[in-house]
Design a protein around this ligand. Structure first.
Ligand SMILES: Nc1ncnc2c1ncn2[C@@H]1O[C@H](COP(=O)(O)OP(=O)(O)O)[C@@H](O)[C@H]1O
Ligand SMILES: [Mg+2]
Length: 248
């Protein structure tokens, strides 16, 4: 594991569910501290890709490396150690509805650290303040708007100060203004040195956040590069993506 290791690397990863081939020989590497955007039509394996990075799904062939360490063969305890350095925000924010917003954010601290009660509450409050939801500590998730829930999800994903943050469609279901607020938070994290992997359908968002983009299609990376590279890519699928979604 050299210090030059990619934050995340796929080395010829293949994955099928039954006879449905989702990823076929996919390779890419994400430099530490950069933001990587993943584009692709529904069902092309974007979420499956994120789930490989946190080891929720294991590849049929190939390797997934995190900071140079192959995680595909790790036992649960070792995998938990790697995962602790990652934050993830799933598409549906996936908050626990029966506990308060503050307890949602505190949850990873209770689970993965031995911090005392006062430190846990202080840290959870700080993360809520970071997403401008200081007042929501005692609220229940059901009382929040979609954008607020997303921000709580982000606060929870960041509460352990992960160096890699995985985000699945952060702007799905949000209005353009809220969506830009989420983008702003992600850009701030990236500036602070967090490696981001962001799945998105929102091209303006992808342009704003990502240093590099990859377009998934037919189990492969159809194109990869900066937004400017993809703008200049003649592939019709790439063009369809880059010219779409000027609204958000
Ligand atoms: N755990 C699973 N079991 C079976 N099929 C799955 C599983 N997860 C994803 N798939 C299938 O893999 C394909 C890619 O899914 P996904 O990565 O969720 O797509 P998307 O690009 O929309 O995020 C879909 O056909 C989906 O039905
Ligand atoms: Mg998905």
């Amino acid at each position: 594991m050299s210090s030059l290791a990619a934050a995340v690397e796929f080395d010829r990863v293949s994955k099928a569910f039954g006879d449905r081939v989702v990823l076929q020989d996919v390779s890419f590497a994400i430099a530490p501290g950069t933001a990587f955007g993943v584009l692709g039509r529904s069902g092309t394996g974007k979420s499956v890709t994120l789930k490989h990075i946190i080891g929720l799904i294991r590849p049929d062939a190939g390797r997934v490396l995190v900071h140079g360490e192959d995680i595909t063969e790790l036992r649960p305890r070792a995998l938990a150690r790697v995962r602790r350095r990652m934050g993830f925000l799933f598409q549906e924010a996936a908050l626990f509805d029966s506990i308060t917003v503050g307890e949602n954010v505190a949850f990873p601290l209770r689970r993965h650290t031995r911090l005392g009660e006062a430190a846990i509450v202080a840290r959870a409050r700080q993360r809520l303040a970071d997403v401008e939801l200081s007042d929501a500590f005692d609220a229940m998730p059901a009382d929040l708007s979609g954008g607020m829930r997303k921000r709580v999800g982000l606060a929870r994903a960041m509460v352990l100060d992960p160096d890699i943050l995985l985000v699945d469609e952060p702007s799905a279901g949000l209005d353009p203004i809220t969506s830009r607020e989420i983008d702003g938070l992600l850009i701030g994290l990236r500036r602070a040195g967090t490696t981001l992997v962001v799945v998105t359908h929102n091209i303006p968002s992808a342009r704003a956040i990502a240093d590099e983009l990859a377009v998934l299609g037919d189990g492969r990376i159809v194109a990869r590069g900066t937004a400017a590279d993809l703008d200049a890519n003649p592939d019709p699928l790439v063009q369809a993506f880059m010219r779409a979604g000027t609204g958000g």
